[in-house]
Design a protein around this ligand. Structure first.
Ligand code: NDP
Ligand code: ZN
Length: 360
């Protein structure tokens, strides 16, 4: 077995915890001696032991002289737990293979240095791209201080998100809709515009087979039009924030008292997307899933305020000049002004296809 084989195992461990470690990265570790696995671990939750700690505990004395495969550079600072680099050294591991360095520019390379200074053999960069993909949210948040934003839409083959009467249930297959729940599960927060609440009355919770973690819910609602009896206001299932402009009076907000909602009132009459993202970051939100509708997606496009676009395309034709397409807003005049993305993945899901594209 080679380094790639064991690193792939470590990456699979990391990937299986996607969404549950926030605001920490997802990390996996595998300890191997004489081509036998003697320890494995994944970081499960912020505040709990790091992947290396679990793997070293499992390996015990077998760690002596072994190789550790770890998807992220071992930490070298006292956070909620003591530094893993020191523990790795103490365990007797003699070689450490690392997929990616720590993305935090302040500490990147320091854990590697500490291992090398202690005489361990260190290799960095094995399956680096896979590790970067798994930790795209963590890396973005650490480097920009803003949540990683994913825009999602479900469209017909002719790009429509609803009929001319605004009906959108259901454009895509049940398999595609189930798939969306995985992304709700892995994002810290979800956001829609008030029109989507009024028209569709969605609950925006995660309902996937086997359960899941529901994201904190946000509604963009400048003048507070969210119906008091809408599900997200009354179901009490998940923390919910209504974002309003500065002109909404306190008395109006008081009507929602004793309901399951918090208010986030902007200083400006309109809701500025970039200001909102900064607010969310201070609330500890590292990733945001934007589910529409068209006007909201149009605003995120205009501000270039996203990192990833997930599009489900159903083999249906809706037609109609009045039926909305997925991105609204004012639009552009020239083709060269269009925002170019790169396609990261194309996958068939049920009878539909899912395209994941990234902002460059
Ligand atoms: P949205 O759900 O996008 O809501 C838009 C409203 O949000 C605006 O009119 C505005 O109302 C409020 N808002 C507040 N701040 C902002 C901001 N910064 N940028 C944009 N909007 C802001 O409405 P749409 O009418 O575009 O879309 C609703 C339709 O889309 C429905 O028919 C729904 O079924 C469909 N849909 C389809 C989806 C799909 O994937 N197929 C997904 C989601 C919706 P105000 O000024 O009052 O604040
Ligand atoms: Zn650590």
């Amino acid at each position: 077995m080679n380094d790639h084989y064991y690193m792939k195992l470590a990456l699979n461990l990391a990937m299986s915890t996607n969404g549950q470690t926030t605001p920490n990265p997802a990390v996996g570790a595998v300890i191997v001696k004489n081509n036998q696995i003697v320890g494995m671990g994944a970081h499960l939750k912020a505040g709990e032991p790091h992947a290396e700690v679990h793997a070293i505990r499992m390996a015990g004395d077998h760690a002596k002289g072994a190789t550790m495969y770890v998807t992220l550079e071992p930490c070298c600072h006292f956070g909620k737990t003591p530094p893993c680099a020191d523990l790795v050294i103490k365990s007797g591991v003699k070689r450490v293979v690392i997929a990616m360095a720590d993305p935090n520019p302040k500490i990147s390379g320091k854990g590697i240095e500490r291992l090398q200074d202690a005489g361990l053999q260190v290799e960095v960069g094995v399956l680096n791209e896979d590790a970067s993909q798994i930790n795209q949210v963590f890396t973005h948040f650490i480097q920009t201080g803003l949540p990683f934003v994913t825009l999602k839409s479900a469209i017909s083959l002719d790009g429509k998100i609803a009929t001319k009467e605004g009906k959108s249930k259901w454009i895509t297959s049940s398999e595609a809709r189930e798939d969306v729940h995985y992304f709700r599960h892995t994002h810290d927060a979800i956001l829609v515009g008030v029109n989507t609440i009024i028209k569709d009355n969605p609950s925006l919770t995660t309902r996937q087979a086997g359960g899941g973690k529901s994201p904190v819910r946000f509604i963009l609602d400048t003048n507070l039009r969210t119906p008091i009896d809408s599900k997200i206001v009354s179901d009490g299932l998940v923390e919910t924030w209504i974002v309003t402009g500065s002109n909404v009076k306190k008395e109006k907000m008081d009507l929602y008292k004793n309901r399951n909602v918090h208010f986030l009132q902007m200083d400006s009459p309109k809701i500025e997307i970039k200001t909102l993202l900064k607010e969310m970051a201070t609330m500890g939100i590292t990733s945001l899933f934007v589910e529409g509708g068209a006007e909201v997606l149009g605003s995120f496009l205009k501000e270039r305020a996203f990192q990833q676009v997930i599009t489900y395309i159903a083999p249906k034709l809706i037609g109609g000049r009045m039926a909305p397409t997925s991105f609204g807003g004012e639009g552009i005049a020239e083709i060269h002004e269009a925002l170019e993305l790169v396609i990261n993945e194309v996958k068939k899901i049920g009878s539909d296809i899912r395209i994941i594209s990234k902002a460059m």
